[in-house]
Design a binder for this molecule. Sequence first.
Ligand code: A2P
Length: 410
Amino acid sequence: MTTEVLKQHLIDPEICIRCNTCEDTCPVDAITHDSRNYVVDADICNHCMACISPCPTGSIDNWRTVLRVAAYPTADQLTWDELPKEIPLADLPVDAVALLDNNGGGELQTNAADVSLGSVVAPASASQPTVNLHGIKNFISATVSGNFRVTQLGTESDTHHIVLDFGSANFPVLEGQSLGIIPPGVDAQGRAHHARQYSIANPRDGERPGYNNVSLTVKRVTTDYDGKPVRGVASNYVCDLKKGDVVQVIGPFGSTFLMPNSAPSHILMICTGTGSAPMRAMTERRRRLRLAGRDNAGKLMLFFGARSQQELPYFGPLMNLPKDFIDINFAFSRAVNQPKRYVQDVMRERTDEVAKLLKDDNTHIYVCGLKGMEAGVLDALRDTAVTNGLDWLALHQIFRREGRLHLETY
Ligand code: A2P
């Protein structure tokens, strides 16, 4: 009887930034996590590869040759600080090695079940991003050059605009990319905190044009998903940073949620709360191009949801943008004496304009914010398409395939 050999799919805990993309993407629910690690259940994983390309860090793309009976259990993976070493072939039974040889080294099939609702490729005209320049072992230090609250004082949403300066170090970014911040100290088990991922809120030429700096939009986490009080380790650390503090940064990450460079390209942006960071980056890129006389001529349309005007990050600066530059639509869910409105409700109110964009091959759609909004926004896009005589099933596939529908929710 031949001993069954498995190329076991594993996630590198040293690089993983716990963004949950893999768990969201996995079509068979093989990926789970605890407060520490993301892990893959070898009994469930069918090597469909759907999770590989959406992972921003590449931590998902790790494999170890093991006997199936000796596959690493998820309980073990949850305790790891690093991946186990590859078992030398000489230590595998002879018939297992023979099987590997016959299989051409046990290569995996890459019949990716393409299950993501959004694009897993960048827009055709996007610039080439730099990714994974700095990891946990070669993090880069950045100095805080600003920390400003961008929601009104006295409201529950304590959201900050943080500016980090890289000095003379190399950290090139594109709009839509993210970075990781490693909070100092250790967790309750005495292990170093893992990095947290934040979207970059500035365009490619810096938060301040020509400066080697980036900005982030970070909300202080004070409750968990069920509303129970918690103190978010990284968000509190970041929101409390002072000018001159030095932070450990990894990245940049992200090779698909990128803006198009072609002209004209229409950008339909839909976000809630801190999901506004990449939208700010893209909008500011286009604003600077316009100022420089290089107007893209494509439309910008924004749907932005928050609890109230006072809790909407960057409300003031957004109001100063010219009406002929960007079409801004707010959705407030807890405004006093007003009905609760979500972004998808306001999209429905602007169905004619959204339909025009859906019909145009130059349109690129970006959705960023709370997980819950994703289904609601896709429903609103579908309803708009259908009521305007468009075949949403076909159109959705075209948008996805052409890198023109990007979903980043958490
Ligand atoms: P809600 O008042 O129901 O929480 P937050 O302030 O928590 O970051 O949320 C930003 C905005 O997103 C809030 O207005 C919130 O409304 C809204 N929101 C919550 N769930 C959804 C959803 N499923 N679809 C769209 N927006 C949502």
